[in-house]
Structures are given as structure tokens and as C-alpha cells.
Design a protein. Structure first.
Length: 141
């Protein structure tokens, strides 16, 4: 019985990570209608130029995307505490996996592996900060 619960938890965590990755990619692609949000040329800016949107159309696009953002914050707000708990469990699993993998590597490979993980965590932390800011239920400035 414990094994089934463990598999269920691992599956749930995997589904969450996959969903978060897809959501993060979509969020980056859409840029949430904020010019310069992910660089000076957001996807929405490019789409606006490619479609030759009028100022009125662009304002409507921005309003629709702001409504989507509000809906997403409202959707995630009730489950954010559970997601935070799952992220902590995921970190424990990730740390354990990292240590197991390191045992297979030579000392030189271990140093490189640690560097790769540090960079990956830096990017992940940055993404989580954006996620927390976007879906904390608080209005962004």
C-alpha cells in the first residue's frame, strides 16, 4: 500500500512539473501582453506587428490577456499551498537523485555536474520567483 502511495505521489509531482514547464513556456511565449516582459521583443509585440493590429485591437488584446492573467491567479491561489508542499518534496527527491548520480561520475565529472545543477537551479529559482509573483493572488505593479 505504501508503494502505491509513493508511486501516486511521484506521478503527481511529475504531472505538476510537466504542467509547470508547459505553463512556463506558454507564459514566456505570450509575454502576458507586457511589452518587454521577456525582452524588448515579446511574442505579443511581434504578433501585433505581424497582424498589423490597430491601437484599438492591441488594447483589446491587452485587456483579454490581462483578464486571462487574473483568471489564472484566481485558479492557482487555492492550491498554491499544496503546490509549495509538493515542490519541497520534489526538492528532496531531486537532491537524492543528484547524489545518486554523482556516485557514478568521476571527480572531474562531479564538478561539472554540480556546475550544471547550480545553473539549472538558478534558472529554476528565477522562474519560480516569476511564478510566485504572477500567481500569488496579488496584483502585479
Amino acid at each position: 500500500m505504501q508503494r502505491s502511495k509513493w508511486y501516486g505521489l511521484v506521478f503527481l509531482l511529475g504531472a505538476f512539473i510537466a504542467g509547470a514547464a508547459i505553463g512556463f513556456a506558454a507564459e514566456r511565449a505570450m509575454g502576458h501582453g507586457k511589452p518587454g516582459r521577456h525582452g524588448s521583443r515579446s511574442a505579443l509585440d511581434r504578433m501585433s506587428r505581424d497582424l498589423n493590429l490597430t491601437p484599438s485591437q492591441r488594447a483589446t488584446f491587452d485587456t483579454i490577456l490581462e483578464n486571462r492573467e487574473k483568471q489564472m491567479r484566481e485558479l492557482w491561489a487555492p492550491i498554491k499551498p499544496q503546490m509549495d508542499s509538493l515542490m519541497k518534496i520534489g526538492k528532496v527527491i531531486g537532491d537524492s537523485t543528484h547524489q545518486q548520480l554523482k556516485r557514478v561520475l568521476t571527480p572531474d565529472q562531479q564538478v561539472k555536474f554540480d556546475r550544471i545543477r547550480t545553473e539549472s537551479r538558478r534558472r529554476g529559482d528565477s522562474a519560480r520567483k516569476r511564478w510566485d509573483k504572477d500567481y500569488s493572488g496579488k496584483r502585479k505593479p
